[in-house]
Design a binder for this molecule. Sequence first.
Ligand code: PLP
Length: 417
Amino acid sequence: IYKRSSQLFAEAEKVIPGGVNSPVRAFKAVGGTPIFVKSAKGAYLYDEDGNRLIDYINSWGPMILGHAYEPVVEAVIEKAKLGTSFGMPTELETQIAALAVSMVPNIDKIRFVNSGTEACMSAVRLARGFTKRDKIIKFAGCYHGHSDSFLIQAGSGAITFGSPNSPGVTEGTAKDTLLARYNDLENVRTLIEANTNEIAAIIVEPVAGNMGCIPPNKGFLEGLRQLCTENGILLIFDEVMTGFRLARGGVQELFNINADIVCFGKVIGGGLPVGAFAAREEIMNYLAPLGPVYQAGTLSGNPLAMAAGLAMLHALDKDRAIFQRLEEKTAYLAAGIDKVLKANNVVFTINRVGSMISVHFDANPVVDFQSAAKGDNESFKKFFHGLLEEGIYIAPSAYETWFITDALSYEDLDFTI
Ligand code: PLP
C-alpha cells in the first residue's frame, strides 16, 4: 500500500540526506517507509498512494484547527495575490503582534522570526545581552530547536542533536551551558550557587513535550521563578509546543507563572514558518534598533506567514471555549488508548496535560531525559504499524513513546491492534 511512497523515497534519498526531513528519522526506529503526503484536510492526510490517514501527531504541532483551515488558506491566497515585500513594515505584522500581546500574559512586545529554533536562539542571545552574562541553564531532554547545539546536548528522544562533540559545536558555545535535570529544583539551585552572577537565563519547556509529555512537578516552575528573581537570572519559557495550545495565554496562563521571555512557534504560524519571542518592554527594547542587541532576518515577518498566523490567532481568540474542547477530546482519546492497549496486554504509561499526551511503552513513565526508562520497542512497533493499517498515523519516536500535541478530530477511536 506504500508503493508510490517507496519509489518517491528512493528518489529523495539520491538528493536529500537520508531522504527525509529530520522528524522522520524516527521511522528508522519503527521500520517501514516514510509516507509521502499529497494533500491534507481537517484531521486527515491523503498520501501519494491514495490512502487516507488520521493525523494523530498534528503534523508535529502547528495545525491545531486542522489542515487546510479555510480562513488561513484564504488569508494567504489573498496576500500572495497582492504581492509581498521584505524588510519593510506591514500592517499585518502589527496586527498579529497586537493580538498575540493581548492574548498572552506579561508580554508587551513581540518579534517574529522564521521558526521555533530561531525564536529560542534569539531569546537566549537577548538574555545574554540584557544581563551581560554568558551562562545558560537548560534541562536535559528539553528541546529548543535544531540549533540547540549552541546550547549543548539538546535532544528529543535518544538522539542528541547537538552533543558537545558534534562538528560545528565549538567549545565557546558549549562551555557556557549548564545542563540540569527537569523537575529537580535542588540541582538547579546547586548550579546557580556554583556560578554566582554568571548565569544569564534558564531556558525550559514548561511542560516538557520533547521527552514525551512531562508535566512540571508541583512547585518546580514556581521554584525556577523564585530562583531567577533572587539571582538576577531571566526565565525563558520555550512555549514553541505549548503556546496557543494548552491555553489561550500558554503555560503562563495555565499555571499562573510569569516568565521573562517567551518563545513561540508551531501554532502561531498557522502552518507557515513563523517563530516569535516576546517579553516585557524593558527587555524587548534591548533589541536593535532601540537597544544594542542586533536581531534581524530577511524573511522575518514575511507577509504571507503573518497573514497565516493572524488568521490562526484570530480564530483562537474568537472561540473562547476552544482550549477546553481540545482538552475534552484529548481526555477521550487517552481513555480510548488506555482501553485498547490494556485489551492487548501492552505495558504502558500515559501522561496528559491539556491537549498533549504521551504514551510510553513501559510501566515506568519518562521522568527526564537522563533517567528515561527505555521503552519496549517491539510493542511500540506493533502498535505503530497496527494503527497505520487502520489509517491512523502516530508519531514514531526514538523513546518508544508516542507523543501527541493536539486533538484535531478523534472521532475514529474504534481502532484495534
Ligand atoms: N522548542 C520546542 C519546545 C519544540 O518542540 C521545537 C520543535 O519541535 C522547537 C523549539 C524548534 O522549533 P522549529 O522546529 O520550528 O525550529
